[in-house]
Design a protein around this ligand. Structure first.
Ligand code: I3S
Length: 126
């Protein structure tokens, strides 16, 4: 299933803070709830952490687990119609999870869009 070596799986392509809202889980619509997320992009996956970088120890203490998103076969598209906020794009996974990501800062969101799109385009489609 996994096309990456253990070392490749630990590689970080890009990381930083964005606004995140999960709007569907396995195809089931969820109530939109924006929150700040520390996002870690690796070659085949994205991890969404709550609020803080995992290295601060706060996550260990509160037991926050990162949400792992498999990018194989995922779709990414700008979705201005899904929010009143500017700069919103959506990632849709094969498993039917939908995430909106947003930043008010144009270059930040555009860098993220292209980094994630690039990662998806390099992966096999399933
Ligand atoms: O697409 P919606 O339902 O207008 O999204 C808004 C709501 O999720 C709202 O929360 P409530 O469900 O408590 O009303 C959020 O506070 C808003 O941020 C959402 O709209 P935007 O346009 O910000 O994505």
């Amino acid at each position: 299933k996994d096309n990456f070596t253990p070392l490749e799986q630990l590689m970080v392509v890009k990381e930083g803070y964005l606004q995140k809202a999960k709007i569907a889980d396995a195809g089931k619509k969820l109530r939109k709830n924006w929150s700040t997320s520390w996002i870690v992009l690796s070659p085949g996956k994205i991890e969404f952490h709550k609020e803080t970088k995992p290295t601060t120890g706060i996550n260990l203490k509160t037991g926050h687990k990162a949400e792992m998103v498999d990018l194989c076969g995922a779709q990414i598209e700008w979705t201005p119609e899904k929010s009143s906020k500017k700069n919103v794009f959506q990632i849709t996974t094969v498993s039917g999870n939908e995430f909106l990501l947003q930043s008010d800062i144009d270059f930040i969101i555009s860098d993220w869009f292209h980094a994630i799109k690039n990662a998806i385009d390099k992966l096999p489609k399933n």
